[in-house]
Design a binder for this molecule. Structure first.
Ligand code: PLP
Length: 416
């Protein structure tokens, strides 16, 4: 290990492990970890406690403290956090559970595994269009989509931009709906100074390699509700009671004293736990989070200023009363011209400025939807528009001013 440390200091390992810093160009993402994480992971491996142990508990507690959630459950991906959220709300032991065929309102500009768990839990997604500028669900169109079967809104804070949470909370109250906040792209995003993911019944986060904070793969489900948290802890790991808080656990152990308490299954479940290795990385990453978000915000500011008076392009508009935590830089055309987007993306990619579409685009046109049961409320013209007339470039801690200026030169080649 000392040898590794030595070499790392000499930049040899840095060069081998992190060869990605472009002098010119911008990658979509670059590693956020370094020797701090590597050393701690080695210690965890040597401890031989590799799953659901002290590191996970510490990571969950530290996460809860930062974002101010009462309960946080570390899982193996953001997709699993979404699956867990919907599985809890439809679980037979959940008092106010959703029934098969109940409707969940969701933005059409979605990620696949924001939508698939709705279907996997026998619920029906109802797609509502987005606001083209904020790229978030158009809240003014939600009420029209509400029927007697509507029981939940699953909102996505797109690319680090907060959805209009105050309006969503009003609808939640008026119609007695559950609210799930898919915050997988938006760790650190705030609405009225409070972290997104903590307003609704459940919030989900992703710690995939390219996100603000990584545990390689990983995610978190948070809630302020004890019943939701208790059921989630069982569903996360086999349906057994081991991970419940002591009081709950003792109650069940007593009730079923004829069964070995270590192998007492009181619910159905998955195994979607995160590992101690991931939690070890997450704990170190949490210390860097503030800095990482602040660099991303500076980059966001640069592009905001750059595109301010541009006649052709615009970047995602920050929601009023919110603080953006840029996941990437989503750029869209003011007037539709898909060919221009194709041309620019080709040129950028060729010049080492990597590009990608915004989430999955309008998810309803993805082939996987063909055999699924869903509803569309109104038109999805803005989701379609963004799918065809936009793209994103990277926003991460390694981007320098030179990288940014270089990117502007490439962009100018197309629209001058
Ligand atoms: C909005 C949204 N939800 C869920 C996920 C799934 O997260 P994961 O990749 O950790 O499974 C993603 C992935 O980026 C996402 O963008």
């Amino acid at each position: 290990m000392d040898n590794i440390n030595q070499k790392f200091k000499q930049k040899k390992i840095q060069k081998n492990f992190f060869p990605t810093k472009y002098k010119k160009g911008i990658r979509l993402h670059e590693p956020t970890y370094n020797l701090d994480e590597i050393n701690e992971v080695i210690k965890t491996l040597l401890s031989t406690r590799l799953t659901f142990g002290p590191k996970t508990k510490k990571f969950e507690a530290a996460f809860s403290k930062i974002i101010k959630s009462r309960y946080s459950m570390y899982v193996n991906s953001g997709s699993s956090a979404n699956l867990l959220a919907l599985s809890v709300l439809t679980n037979p032991y959940f008092k106010n559970r959703l029934k098969p065929g109940d409707e969940v309102i969701v933005p059409a500009l979605s990620w696949s595994t924001s939508v698939w768990p709705i279907i996997q839990c026998n619920l029906k997604p109802v797609f509502v269009d987005i606001n083209r500028e904020t790229m978030n669900i158009d809240v003014s169109k939600i009420e029209k989509a509400i029927t007697k079967r509507t029981k939940c809104i699953l909102v996505i804070h797109t690319y680090g931009n907060a959805a209009e949470i105050d309006k969503l909370l009003k609808l939640k109250k008026k119609y007695g709906l559950f609210l799930i906040e898919d915050t997988c792209e938006s760790l650190g995003t705030k609405f009225k100074k409070k972290y997104c993911g903590t307003f609704g019944d459940i919030g989900t986060y992703s710690f995939y390699f390219s996100h603000h904070l990584t545990t390689v793969e990983g995610g978190m489900m948070v809630t302020q509700n004890k019943e939701i948290s208790n059921i989630a802890k069982m569903l996360r790991a086999h349906g057994w009671i081991r991970d419940l808080e002591n009081k709950e656990k003792k109650k069940l152990e007593k009730k079923y004293s004829n069964i070995d308490k270590k192998f007492l299954f009181t619910n159905i479940g998955y195994n979607i736990r995160g590992s101690e290795i991931g939690a070890t990385i997450g704990l170190i990453q949490l210390k860097k989070l503030k800095k990482i978000i602040s660099i991303r915000q500076k980059i966001g500011k640069f592009w905001k200023k750059y595109f301010k008076n541009n006649n052709i392009f615009s970047i995602q508009k920050e929601t009023v009363n919110s603080e953006h935590s840029w996941f990437g830089i989503p750029i869209y055309l003011k007037r539709q011209n898909p060919e221009l987007v194709k041309k620019l993306r080709k040129l950028l990619d060729k010049n080492n400025i990597e590009t990608r579409p915004i989430i999955c685009g309008n998810i309803t046109v993805q082939p996987a939807m063909k055999k699924l049961k869903y509803k569309i409320s109104g038109t999805l013209e803005n989701s379609d528009y963004i799918m065809k007339n936009s793209f994103a470039i990277g926003c991460h801690q390694n981007i320098t001013k030179d990288n940014l200026l270089y990117a502007t030169k490439i962009i100018e080649k197309v629209h001058k």
